[in-house]
Design a binder for this molecule. Structure first.
Ligand SMILES: Cc1ncc(COP(=O)(O)O)c(C=O)c1O
Length: 374
């Protein structure tokens, strides 16, 4: 939800002449680090870039394996392929989060990192994941694309793993249009990641354009072009200030859905896990098998006929040809995700929804259930 403050801040950037990485990116990074409670925040062009940079900085390369869940967006695993490594795709459990037992089963001498995804805006079991990562001496790189402002046992997401990647894509809880952030408490890793986001140029390369800057720089490794612009950070600074309010709104709408649908045995509502603040980036529901005379695809079509647009988060990775080719994934290896996916859809949920919008969704879902219950 873009407000007047964001618009004015963008105009200010345009008038100031700083339209690429500059002082506002620095300000946004500092404010995000403070919000999360972490030593370093590095603003980047997307969460995909954040994951790519983090895994590169950790030394992932050809011949390595990186463990990812199957119930995620393709970006989580694409970056592993970009590095010449193999994504090892594992099943989720009934909580819809990556299965810690499945991770353990898939660790080999070639495993170089574990990338859990805080699906829908609710944290994975970080205590178990951190213990597992420590036992095997593996870095945890959290895909927190859905989880800005979320927490685990009272600590905000962003400071648990070795590196944490956030998305500020248009639909996310905090948006800069396109954008992302990497957070870490590891000083050396932060330095390496910062270099990699801007061509591998020596520290604070952007300063060469400031009064105190110098023309001289060195390229110390072949980095990427993943920096965030001040125009994006203009949005981010104000979005961050409003993030907790957005989350409260999302939770209020989620509470309305939960209350309205709690009596229906025909649908399963998003699982709530203890010790976590669910920020409801998504509201994924599942049809209870055998309770309706229609399947998920027809359920989506019926909602569409009632002018309610839904989506499916996600088509599991193992169903995509690229990952089937890369690691020989087959449906039989993912019984939990397969059963979830068959019945999965996400209801609309965003802070700008009016009470009438929410009532329309509840009305349409109720109508379809009443029409097709067996
Ligand atoms: C789980 C997950 N990881 C990564 C990404 C990629 O984020 P971005 O579009 O900022 O690169 C997304 C995007 O939706 C996502 O859902």
């Amino acid at each position: 939800m873009i407000g007047e403050d964001e618009i004015q801040e963008v105009v200010d950037s345009l008038r100031s002449g700083w339209i690429t990485t500059g002082p506002k990116v620095k300000r946004f990074e500092a404010q995000f680090a403070e919000y999360v409670g972490v030593r370093h925040a590095i603003a980047v062009s997307s969460c995909t870039a954040a994951l790519h940079v983090a895994l590169t900085a950790l030394g992932v390369g050809p011949g390595d394996e990186v463990i990812v869940p199957t119930l995620t967006f393709c970006a989580t695993a694409n970056v592993v392929l970009h590095l010449g490594a193999t994504p090892v795709i594992v099943d989720v459990d009934q909580s819809m989060q990556i299965s810690v037992a499945e991770i353990e089963r898939h660790i080999t001498p070639r495993t170089r990192a574990i990338v859990p995804v805080h699906y829908a805006g609710q944290a994975c079991d970080l205590a178990e994941l951190l213990a597992l990562a420590e036992r095997h001496n593996l870095p945890l790189v959290e895909d927190a694309a859905h989880a800005a402002g979320s927490d685990y046992r009272g600590v905000r997401i962003g400071s648990h793993g070795r590196a944490v990647a956030f998305s500020f894509y248009a639909t996310k809880n905090l948006t800069t249009g396109e954008g992302g952030m990497i957070t870490t408490n590891d000083d050396d890793l932060a330095g390496r990641m910062r270099l990699l986001t801007l061509h591998g140029m020596s520290r604070d390369a952007w300063k060469r354009y400031t009064e105190t800057g110098s023309w001289h720089y060195e390229v110390v490794e072949a980095g990427y072009k993943n920096n965030m612009t001040d125009i994006q950070a203009s949005l981010g600074i104000h979005q961050l200030r409003r993030l907790d309010g957005f989350i409260t709104e999302r939770q209020r709408i989620a509470a309305e859905y939960l209350a309205a649908f709690s009596e229906f045995s025909e649908i399963l509502l998003p699982p709530r896990l203890p010790g976590r603040n669910h920020v409801y980036h998504l509201f994924p529901i599942r049809l209870s098998p055998g309770r309706l005379s229609i399947g998920r695809d027809e359920f989506i079509r019926q909602l569409q006929e009632r002018r309610i647009g839904t989506s499916v988060h996600f088509i599991p990775l193992h169903r995509h040809p690229v990952f089937q080719r890369a690691c020989g994934a087959t449906a039989e290896q993912y019984p939990v995700a397969e059963a979830l996916y068959e019945n999965l859809l996400s209801l609309p949920l965003y802070p700008r929804m009016s009470p009438a919008d929410v009532a329309d969704v509840i009305g349409a879902v109720t109508d379809v259930i009443e029409h097709y219950r067996v």
